[in-house]
Design a protein around this ligand. Structure first.
Ligand SMILES: *[C@@H]1O[C@H](CO)[C@@H](O)[C@H](O)[C@H]1NC(C)=O
Length: 651
């Protein structure tokens, strides 16, 4: 990979076009990005529509807002770094930092819009109350996964065969429908709920005496939206208005003020994340638009099963700017003509168990409940001939020449304490030695979970004949890494802000220092799929649990011996290696760590890999001092050349 010649003056946004069929078509991820650009009236990007075969965007004109600077591009002409990523992707002005994946790209569009015009409060509001909307990646957050992947794919799937009745109500759509039916909690919502109660009482009084006044019943058709839509929507829309006039000026009467919080009426879901319009609504709108258009044309009766989705759909259209943005993208929004009669209001009592946990990271930290210590499990393994084995370290005293390295490379840089810096250097010695041994000139080395680049930057400096790519989901960390690298003038380095699933490029060696929980397994799997070697130091064994892609234990031998629960016992105790703990406990912790990694090793061996689990030198460099080194089955012709390590040693 060569990133060296890239020099561009602008931000480039690359969007995919489906061009397998005669008529090119925009996939939903592309439509969503275009819709956000249009909503934000953002002109910071040069947009490239990427075709897989020669074609032109002429027929797509109606879906491209006029204010955009759009060019067509062939897949093979993509810059190298972008070619290794799934679209949508943005390449920054330096040509070295690529942001990939829908959620990451959309958040970046918002960032750039705000930098160009900080007064866009409506755009800022898209990020949500804590500015975290769609920040947790799809591997961690079910909600991000639903919006970023589940719903768009379900709709794409439906569109390929819209008359197939089995596909008419895909699971992700149902999950969304159920979610929209739930009442919402928002920060400080007492005030709004009291107002709601007051309005409900008012309405009851205004009903004719014989009327069965139910304030939540649906309006007669023809009523104006102002009357029809409750207080929730008004609250939501008020938040979006630029001058932000306080809407609730009427004071509640004392009777209302006395009502206990628990007796206040629940609030209806207005938008996808609750009360307020956010980025997730922007993501959902093009999807739901296409889905509803298709249902209306092919299976109108199905619309009856989606009352909450339809309510959401009409409410979204009341958000200022949405109709304009949709129109510019060729989306003719309308209110679907379906009676939405029996729509019950939210009820606090029979609130269905939430289908989704929204809290960032929540799912990763769910602890498996268990009793007892690790001994029965370890004994069971031992009786079956399974014991932790640690391979000897091939370069126990090898070290980088830290004192002669540029200042910006050193992990002392920043706020790290001295003792931590020494240990970090020791950990790096281990990883760099192993990578350097495997590396050959021309190799691409990927630092997964790169953080601020402690490993990747040292690698790029140490291996000038290799290309190094740093992948990291956290923007702040990666931007920091990029500026450190710029300080050093490194040329053989690229940066990708993405969930690792969005990196599809070829590479030879994957590295990860302290890959938390199943992150280790994700990196291993990514390397195995790419046929790449890996050097990984795992971490946070206690966070390991069955994930979408992995079931534990992973290897056949462990599966034959341990249940999932028993394996989780090992993982839990593998975390007990902190220096404060009594030595016996730490010894058991180290054994458990070795066993968990042995299971990983055996699983990788079924792919033809040769894998070693070893202990980093010196052991004290980290309580999590295991290192997994795997080599792919097929030796490439390059292997006969002198290793980079030998070259280093002899210099
Ligand atoms: C945009 O992103 C940069 C880099 O992470 C950050 O420093 C900046 O504060 C963000 N700007 C806005 C307006 O959010």
């Amino acid at each position: 990979m060569k990133h060296t010649e890239v020099k561009q003056q602008h931000l480039s946004l690359y969007l995919e076009v489906c061009s397998e069929t005669e008529e090119p078509r925009l996939p939903l991820h592309t439509s969503i990005a275009l819709f956000l650009l249009s909503y934000c009236e953002c002109s910071s990007f040069k947009v490239f529509l990427v075709f897989t075969k020669p074609a032109s965007s002429q027929s797509l004109k109606s879906q491209l807002a006029e204010c955009l600077d759009v060019s067509d591009m062939q897949l093979e002409d993509l810059p190298q770094l972008v070619k290794g990523c799934r679209l949508p992707a943005v390449l920054d002005e330096t040509g070295r930092l690529c942001r990939a994946g829908l959620a990451v790209v959309l958040r970046h569009i918002i960032n750039k819009t705000l930098e160009a015009d900080p007064s866009r409060n409506d755009v800022l509001a898209l990020l949500g109350f804590k500015k975290t909307c769609l920040k947790a990646c799809a591997e961690v957050s079910k909600w991000t996964r639903l919006c970023e992947i589940g719903i768009p794919s379900a709709v794409e799937e439906h569109l390929t065969n819209p008359t197939n009745q089995y596909q008419q109500l895909p699971l992700p759509i149902l999950v969304l429908e159920r979610r929209l039916a739930e009442p919402v909690k928002v920060h400080n919502d007492d005030k709004i709920r009291r107002q709601k109660l007051q309005e409900q009482r008012q309405n009851e009084k205004n009903e004719s005496p014989e009327g069965q006044g139910n304030p939540d019943s649906e309006p007669e058709p023809g009523q104006s939206p102002q009357v029809r839509d409750g207080l929730e929507l008004r609250a939501a829309l008020a938040k979006l208005s630029v001058d932000s006039v306080p809407t609730f000026t009427t004071r509640e009467n004392s009777e209302i003020r006395k009502v206990k919080t628990t007796d206040l009426p629940p609030l209806e879901h207005v938008f996808a994340e609750g009360l307020y319009f956010t980025l997730t609504d922007v993501v959902l709108l093009p999807c739901i638009y296409q889905y509803l258009c298709s249902l209306q044309a092919h299976a109108a009766s199905t619309l009856h099963s989606l009352p909450y989705l339809l309510r959401w759909y009409s409410r979204v259209q009341e958000v200022p700017g949405v109709l304009r943005a949709a129109d510019a993208c060729g989306m003719a929004l309308s209110i679907p003509q379906v009676p939405t009669s029996s729509l019950p209001g939210p009820s606090a009592e029979d609130n269905p168990a939430s289908l989704l946990e929204k809290e960032e990271g929540q799912e990763m930290t769910t602890q498996f409940p268990f009793v007892g210590g690790p001994r029965p499990t370890m004994t069971k393994l031992k009786e079956n001939g399974i014991e932790a084995v640690f391979a000897p370290h091939p370069f126990p005293i090898w070290t980088l020449p830290w004192d002669s390295l540029p200042e910006a490379i050193n992990p002392t840089e920043g706020k790290m304490s001295n003792i931590r810096a020494v240990r970090k250097r020791q950990q790096l010695n281990n990883l760099i030695a192993m990578v350097t041994e495997i590396a050959r000139p021309g190799y691409t080395v990927v630092d997964f979970c790169s953080g601020t680049g402690h490993v990747g930057i040292v690698l790029a400096h140490t291996l000038p004949d290799c290309q190094v790519i740093l992948i990291e989901n956290k923007e702040e960390s990666l931007v920091r890494a990029q500026s450190r690298s710029a300080e050093l003038g490194l040329k053989n380095i690229g940066f990708i802000q993405a969930n690792l699933d969005y990196f599809t490029g070829p590479f030879h060696i994957g590295v990860a220092l302290h890959a938390c929980g199943v992150a280790t397994d994700m990196v291993m799997e990514h390397c195995i799929q790419a046929g790449a070697a890996f050097v990984i130091s795992p971490c946070c064994y206690g966070f390991i649990q069955n994930a979408i892609k992995f079931n534990f234990p992973k290897s056949k031998k462990f599966q034959e011996t341990l249940t999932y629960k028993e394996h989780m016992v090992l993982c839990r105790f593998a975390d007990q290696t902190a220096v404060q703990l009594p030595p016996e406990r730490r010894l058991i912790g180290k054994q458990c760590m070795g066993l968990v990694d042995l299971d990983r090793l055996w699983a990788a061996e079924t792919h033809g890999y040769s894998v070693r689990v070893m202990t980093m030198e010196p052991e004290s460099c980290s309580p999590k001092n295991n290192m997994l080194v795997g080599r792919p089955p097929h030796k490439s012709g390059l292997e006969v050349g002198a290793s980079q390590l030998e070259a280093l040693v002899h210099n």
